[in-house]
Design a protein around this ligand. Structure first.
Ligand SMILES: NC(=O)c1ccc[n+]([C@@H]2O[C@H](COP(=O)([O-])OP(=O)(O)OC[C@H]3O[C@@H](n4cnc5c(N)ncnc54)[C@H](O)[C@@H]3O)[C@@H](O)[C@H]2O)c1
Length: 441
């Protein structure tokens, strides 16, 4: 089938590459000419395991093209996927300007029937706005062309995006038109072969499903962080509590890890956007507001522990930071808890020696050259000359470090483990001081 994808970011690029891998002919359109030029040379602008191989193979086979030419893309695909960003506005609402700009472009260049598929995460009612914008633009051209607007939210996880797309738990399709549902079913069939995983529903329910899924996951994390903060004060160990509750099949083990707060490009903005949307319907989303507030506090917990340890005197101290990406296996630092920590440390006059297995380029891009930031070549180098270590991202390579070397390198011999990677007793047996999340002191 012929597919066009607007937006070549985390979602658009994975979508385009995976559809091409299944044998479809895909044109990816992006307004960022630099990004398109890099992609045309086989240079993948993001870190996503397995994506480079997929892009290269399909590009070479001529099934995957990258362009800035929207008209070419609109001419190409029966399916016009919209996978552009929907960043938060000041008030927390989702910025729909990119989505509507694509809708307008489609209306301007469309010459025959098209299925416009909204994959970006957008508030309930956006499909109506996309339809109106296309209608309006067609009207300005004085033409009448049939089209459908479908909601097809994306549930992939950065770091495991290819596997998630290739073998999705479900494919949600929001449409009132059975013919469009059939077309999408044909397109998605190669990815849902073991059983039918497509859930067809009305457009508004599909739009809300995406927000509800992210809000639920964010709620689990904030819930666990709240209990962790309680555990700490009550002399309990949250890791024991986690195992104790996770073993209840009604609760389960996934997404109940306490930590340094959730980040990334989705949970923070989507929870805020849902709270904002609720307000537009005169509904006070009290639970979701609390989820957001708990998370904001949690992102400050590591800094507070470090500040307390040094008696509030952080000026002149050097803190090693392991992990900058908002989670492992990605270089994405959008809303990453590490950013809150770095900025708080700098605010208190401390220096940072940071290391992340893949996000060093991204950190350099965000923060540039500054005297109080050293981007270390590896995890050990980040420790040299540091007073203490803070761990913010649970990368695999941080799980079994050389604790003897760590003790010898760190002047104050303290580890602040924002992801509870280690057994406190084991770490302390090396003569180190250990501070985790929700496990006492
Ligand atoms: N990143 C994730 O893990 C994830 C998962 C599920 C859903 N989503 C949602 O998918 C959407 C895209 O997210 P992302 O992380 O891929 O964003 P991104 O910022 O990585 O990529 C967006 C891309 O769209 C391009 N773009 C902007 N306007 C354009 C236009 N008019 N025409 C063509 N291209 C345009 C940008 O240049 C950029 O390359 C968002 O709504 C997000 O909430 C993201």
């Amino acid at each position: 089938m012929r597919v066009t994808v607007f937006g070549s970011g985390y979602v658009g690029l994975v979508t385009g590459a995976c559809f091409a891998e299944a044998g479809n002919h895909v044109v990816c359109v992006d307004i960022d000419a630099g990004k398109v030029a890099r992609l045309q040379q086989g240079d993948i602008p993001i870190h996503e395991p397995g994506l480079d191989v997929l892009v290269k193979r399909n590009f070479e086979k001529g099934r995957l093209k990258f362009t800035t030419d929207a008209e070419e893309g609109i001419r190409h695909g029966l399916f016009q996927f919209i996978a552009v960003g929907t960043p938060p506005e000041e008030d927390g609402s989702a910025d729909l300007s990119h989505v509507l700009a694509v809708a307008e472009t489609i209306g301007r260049h469309m010459t025959e029937y098209r299925v416009v598929v909204d994959k970006s995460t957008v508030p309930v009612g956006t499909a109506d706005k996309v339809r109106e914008r296309i209608d309006q633009t067609l009207g300005e051209r004085g033409v009448k062309i049939e089209f459908d607007v479908v909601s097809n939210p994306e549930f992939l996880k950065e770091g495991a995006a290819i596997a998630d797309f290739m073998k999705p738990d479900r494919v949600v399709v929001g449409t009132d038109n059975p013919r469009t549902a059939e077309l999408l079913k044909t397109l998605y069939d190669p990815f849902t072969r073991s059983r039918d995983r497509m859930i067809v529903m009305d457009v508004r329910s599909a739009e809300l499903t995406k927000y509800a899924a992210n809000a639920m996951l964010a709620t689990k994390i904030s819930f666990m962080n709240e209990i962790a903060n309680l555990a700490e004060r009550m002399g309990a160990d949250i890791e024991k509590v986690r195992v104790g509750i996770g073993s209840d099949t009604r609760i389960g083990f996934s997404f109940i890890y306490p930590g340094a707060g959730y980040g990334g490009s989705c949970f923070p903005k989507d929870v805020k956007a849902l709270v904002h949307s609720a307000g537009e319907y005169d509904f006070d989303a009290k639970l979701l507001k609390s989820v957001e507030a708990v998370n904001k506090n949690q992102k400050e917990v590591l800094f507070q522990k470090i500040a307390k340890f040094f008696g509030g005197k952080l000026k002149g101290k050097t803190i090693a930071v392991w992990g900058l990406a908002f989670k492992p296996n990605t270089d994405d630092m959008r809303e990453a808890p590490a950013r809150v920590l770095l900025e708080a440390l700098w605010g208190a006059g401390a220096k940072v020696q940071a290391y992340d297995p893949v996000a060093m380029g991204e950190a350099g891009r965000i923060y540039g050259q500054r005297d109080d930031l050293v981007l270390a070549r590896d995890a050990e180098a980040a420790l040299v000359g540091a007073d203490a270590l803070a761990i913010v991202t649970e990368w695999q390579e941080f799980r079994s470090p050389d604790f003897d070397a760590m003790r010898d390198a760190l002047a104050s011999k303290a580890i602040f483990d924002g992801r509870n990677l280690y057994d406190p007793h084991f770490v302390k047996s090396f003569g180190l001081k250990y501070y985790g999340i929700g496990r006492g002191e």
